[in-house]
Design a protein around this ligand. Structure first.
Ligand code: NAD
Length: 478
């Protein structure tokens, strides 16, 4: 398979800049070929999206909803094929990948239904013969820049609300999720959206992303990716006075209090830390344990981590697959090596690896200061660090001692402490007796501090981002 752009409803092949993609689970297996676009492709997409906007924004929203329903049906028919391709392209275990595609199907259905929901409020006016109300209007052309770690769900949780609100889209996926993006457009081509409504331009962030941000007359940008890139995106958009949303990194804490049920807590924290090989923005990477249960918790985690199996992403018995790329492998390995020399290793997983791939066994470490790099930097791999807290106050202090603020969890049966945790933790998504990952699509998603530009994705919150509110007033006895 080779990547292709989709511009103005047509396939646009790019022949230059050819790069072969190898399966991170088996580096001898060729998965496909990525062709990176140039500035001109992005400018072609601009023309198409602007023309498409005239048609799309003037359709009744119920009609836009019916297109989204058809996109959901098309995706549902292709769950197996798309999930398998993504697993081979970026190494996410197949069961998780199928769950991700299903989430995308549900997102499309959820936003399809917005086409027939009310989109404003009637507000009492001072005069009795004035009808005053608000309505949501689309922004125009939206640039969507996505990462590789949720190659299907993240693009859809941006594209679906953008489209139902009447915007058209230029989508630039991560290079290492470009085969998946091409396949998604192939699947959606059966729906025959009006020309220019959804445009895909494959390529490098430094060329396609930069051109989209700096040269194209876009009206909004929704970005998910690393904090470094996100802050650059935000600064360019702020200078151009373009509406933007940046969802970025995390260093999420799970806090285990003295009264927690440790047997139930361990598998939940394990999943939060090591599913997707720790490559979730909401992955648990700091585990803060109150002193009375510390020994018991660490003992049980050590056993549990040592039983985790790393293997081929297509093998159903693999708890975690490889990390996604050589770049990821090098970056995560550097943190693993640092843990070996500067921390105390509590536990490491086993592997069932049969081929050369970007495999990193899960690791649990402790014995580092709260200011240590391993406690402060986003590793984005299967490495979690345990910290001991003297009491609840100390646990809260450690939990908030980070520049990030995406998600946080507490494990307790103490109602009062659970509520204090929800109130006092500086994170956008706060949870009790649940993993830090796994927030549902119908609920707002986003972070505080350096994790986000503070708007929210998914749920009803996404509609606020993809629209502008008009306040209308009609004097009718005139
Ligand atoms: P990244 O920042 O390297 O890339 C994200 C996207 O931005 C890619 O499409 C990339 O090509 C593009 N890009 C890179 N440089 C650009 C530039 N100068 N201009 C415009 N676009 C540019 O991130 P990644 O490695 O793909 O993803 C991993 C990161 O994403 C992690 O930090 C993770 O925490 C974060 N993430 C956050 C969330 C969230 O919702 N908060 C969700 C998933 C991932």
């Amino acid at each position: 398979m080779e990547t292709k752009n989709w511009i103005g409803g047509e396939v646009v092949s790019v022949v230059e800049d050819r790069k072969v993609v190898y399966n991170p689970s088996n580096l001898t297996e060729e998965v496909g070929v990525v062709h990176c676009s140039n500035e001109n492709h992005v400018l072609q997409a601009e023309t198409a999206a602007k023309q498409g906007f005239k048609v799309w924004s003037s359709l009744p929203s119920a009609v836009r909803g019916s297109y989204l329903s058809q996109m959901a049906d098309a995706l549902q028919k292709n769950i197996e094929e798309l999930a398998t391709l993504s697993s081979r392209e970026m190494g996410k275990p197949i069961a998780e990948m199928k769950g991700e595609v299903l989430r995308a199907v549900n997102l499309l259905k959820y936003y399809a239904a917005e086409g027939v929901r009310s989109n404003g409020n009637v507000i009492p006016a001072s005069d009795s013969d004035v009808l005053q109300y608000t309505k949501r209007v689309p922004l125009g052309v939206v640039g969507i820049i996505t990462p590789w770690n949720f190659p299907v769900a993240i693009p859809i949780w941006k594209i679906a609300p953008a489209l139902i609100c009447g915007n058209t889209v230029i989508w630039k996926p991560a290079e290492i999720a470009s085969l998946t993006a091409t396949k998604m457009m192939e699947i959606f081509s059966t729906v025959q959206l009006p020309e220019g409504v959804l445009n895909l331009v494959i390529g490098k962030g430094s060329i396609v992303g930069k051109t989209l941000l700096e040269q194209v007359d876009i009206d909004a940008v929704s970005f998910t990716g690393s904090s470094n890139t996100g802050i650059q995106v935000a600064s360019i958009c702020a200078k151009r006075n373009i509406k933007y949303q940046t969802e970025m990194g995390g260093k999420n804490a799970a806090v285990v209090l003295n009264d927690a049920n440790i047997e139930k807590t361990v598998p939940i924290i394990l999943s939060g830390a090591y599913r997707s090989a720790g490559q979730k923005c909401t992955a648990t990477s700091r585990i803060i344990v109150e002193s009375n249960v510390y020994e018991n918790f660490v003992g049980q985690m050590e056993r549990a981590v040592s039983e985790l199996v790393t293997g081929n992403a297509l093998n159903a018995s693999s708890y975690l697959g490889p990390v996604a790329s050589k770049e990821q492998f090098d970056s995560v390995s550097a943190y693993i090596n640092q843990a070996r020399t500067e921390a105390e290793i509590i536990g490491e997983g086993m592997s069932s690896i049969e081929s050369e791939g970007f495999y990193i066994s899960p690791m649990l470490a402790t014995g580092v200061d709260p200011k240590h790099t391993l406690v402060q930097e986003e590793v984005f791999g299967p490495l979690a660090v345990v910290l001991k807290a003297q009491d609840f106050e100390d646990a809260m202090h450690l939990c908030n001692e980070t520049v990030y603020g995406l998600s946080a969890s507490v494990f307790t049966n103490n109602l009062s402490k659970a509520h204090r945790f929800l109130d006092e933790s500086d994170a956008g998504m706060v949870r009790v007796n649940q993993e830090t990952a796994g927030v549902e699509y119908q609920a707002p998603f986003g972070g505080m501090k350096q994790s986000s530009s503070h708007s929210r994705e998914q749920g009803q919150a996404a509609l606020d981002f993809y629209t502008s509110i008009k306040t209308c007033a009609i004097k009718y006895s005139f």
